[in-house]
Ligand binder design. Sequence first.
Ligand code: XMP
Length: 310
Amino acid sequence: MDYQRFIEEQIGEIKKEIGDGVAVNALSGGVDSSVLTVLAHRAIGDRLKTYFIDNDLMREGEPRAVVKSFADMGIPVQLVDSRREFLDALKGISDPEEKRHAITDTFYKRVFSRIVKESGAGVLLHGTILTDIEETVAGIKRQHNILEQLGIDTEKEYGYRVLEPLKTLRKDGVREVAKELGLPMEVWNRIPFPGPALAARIVGEVTEERLGIVRRATAIVEGELGGSGAFQYLAVLLNDKATGIRDNRREFGHIIVVRCIESTDARTATATELPWERLHRICQAIVDIPGVNRCLYDLTPKPPATVEYV
Ligand code: XMP
């Protein structure tokens, strides 16, 4: 594929669709939304209003780091604190699909409807890619960013139109476009991180306390495995507890699962054969998190397991 041509065509298309109006988009810092932001900014400049929605489900320091890296590229991003709203929406929910639904609804119906109204924009630009559409339509998983393909009339339900300039590309194509656009390597080489973010890594209810635990475990795993060359690595908090012993006392503590996989497209995967020593280091750091007394390494391939737990 001629990616330079793809870029020119999409810039032309965005210009044509938005005219002299305003468009909004949400940036998560992942490769899809980053590419979309740069493309759209090239097309309509400051008439693109980009928002980073802090839903409290992101990794340590992520909201500010993403905003700063785009500011360094000359693209202003507004940070919106929606933490309370998302936590309230997730309260009491344990079912995986219901959790995804609560996040999607809070995002599009509440937070974004408000932002779109305030900004006067009629269009939301969206970084949907082909795989998101395929997996949702096939009923494998309701992806965070799929709307029209599920029969949702965004104009009627949310009050804005959605444009999806990347919907003919797969992840490898998006990475090529990112390189062509001159995005830094940290962006196009970033490990995948799911739309529902840390909520996809908490089995059971998402609460502030449980988010805090999985966020710390994630930072440990990413710190240790950053240079491993693995396709993806993550930490998951189970919805169960185990008996342990700390300071000579019985403790009923949380259980963290570490997952590290080899894959080319995330459609199939196998567990990485990590050195024992490194696994021990990760385990030790994870059981130092207060309230966590067990750390497991997941050996299951995909299929039958998926990469994420929710
Ligand atoms: P699964 O868990 O389905 O994950 O084996 C396959 C790949 O997709 C990522 N993933 C998601 N990405 N929204 C996303 O943007 C989602 O809802 C979502 N769920 C999973 C996952 O991290 C893995 O790389």
